[in-house]
Design a protein around this ligand. Structure first.
Ligand code: GDP
Length: 327
């Protein structure tokens, strides 16, 4: 497939043309150097058109009801006139070769919705690579006029940290368990959550969900104390019945309003950009250091020398940096 011309891509994405948006995303995801160059040119031109969406991360363990929730939540938003893009960051997809998240068949209503766009997780590369592609895809979606971007991820491993680094608001979906609500709490998740929602609060599950809500609220309070600024709310909801979804959206809007007024909304994005810069530098340095088989062999020898005590770590690090022309 021949790549479209740069100007056509830029104009197409700006005009919200779905086919050209998809082509641009494919370029961003491509491993071919020529595609990468073109993708960077397109992104560079579109940068002034980005930044306009509310970026929302949504995570939870498999089976918590993410796709059902996003289908219903996204539909609520498109019915209110929003344009919603759904992206996925799925660290398991690069291992299994198949993406579990962001699959259109899991979001039947949104998949047919002209105001929504669903993009499954890129399937190749490390989590860092997947995250980088997703960040750039997010920018393309903003340039295409989507004003809400939902980034779905599983609440396992490192992906929640990676996703929290690219969104404005991080919603964690939880389930009410059988009396052991707090056992499943992962500290890392609570630290990045801007809101917790106890999902599947419907039918026989309503009471248990209410109880879990109180327990989680208490745990969050203990953990975060009376920290200044945004206190993550805890709420019950049901992706199936739609209960609680409008309230969750209202909290997101309240968050944006309060944090913007306090100057923290923009600051969070700025901090993310700076950390992103350094993670790209780190990644670039490491991949340059390991660029050739000879380099990799030299590094392995150096590691062995450090391990045996023949060389100190400090001296070895200086030698590694010297190969980059750095001291
Ligand atoms: P995901 O793996 O997190 O994307 O979860 P799914 O959305 O695929 O849902 C997993 C299972 O839970 C499916 O069998 C759904 O029908 C069910 N489910 C999802 N949301 C709800 C809900 O709000 N209430 C109830 N009772 N079941 C739900």
């Amino acid at each position: 497939m021949r790549a479209p011309r740069r100007d056509d891509l830029v104009a197409g994405v700006r005009a919200g043309d779905r086919a050209l948006l998809a082509r641009a995303i494919t370029l961003v995801e491509s491993a071919l150097p020529a595609h990468a160059t073109l993708a960077q040119e397109v992104l560079g031109q579109l940068l002034p058109d980005t930044g306009g969406a509310l970026r929302i991360g949504i995570s939870g363990v498999p089976g918590v009801g993410k796709s059902t929730f996003i289908d219903a939540f996204g539909t609520l938003l498109t019915e209110a006139g929003h344009r919603v893009a759904v992206l996925a960051v799925d660290p398991t997809s690069s291992v299994s070769g198949g993406s579990i998240l962001g699959d259109k068949t899991r979001m039947q209503r949104l998949a047919r919705d002209a105001r929504a766009y669903i993009r499954p997780s890129p399937t190749s590369g490390s989590l860092g690579g997947v995250a980088r592609k997703s960040r750039e895809t997010l920018l393309l979606c903003e340039a295409a006029g989507f004003d809400v971007v939902l980034v779905e991820t599983v609440g396992v491993g490192q992906s929640e940290t990676v996703v929290s680094e690219m969104v404005d608001f991080y919603l964690v979906l939880m389930l009410a368990g059988a009396g052991d609500e707090l056992q499943g709490i992962k500290r890392g998740i609570l630290e990045v959550a801007d809101m917790l929602a106890i999902n599947k609060a419907d039918g026989d599950n309503v009471l248990a969900a209410e109880r879990a809500k109180r327990d989680y609220a208490a745990a969050l309070h203990l953990m975060r104390g009376a920290r200044a600024g945004w206190q993550p709310p805890v709420q019950t909801c049901s992706g199936r019945s739609g209960e609680g979804l409008a309230e969750i959206w209202a909290e997101m809007l309240r968050y944006r309003e309060e944090e913007t007024r306090a100057g923290r909304f923009a600051a969070r994005r700025e901090d993310q950009q700076v950390r992103w810069l350094w993670s790209l530098v780190d990644e670039g340095v490491k991949s340059r250091l390991r660029g050739s088989p000879e380099q990799r062999a030299r590094l392995a020898a150096l590691e062995a020398a450090v391990r045996s005590g023949e060389t100190t770590a400090v001296a070895a690090a200086a030698r590694v940096l010297a190969t980059l022309g750095l001291r």
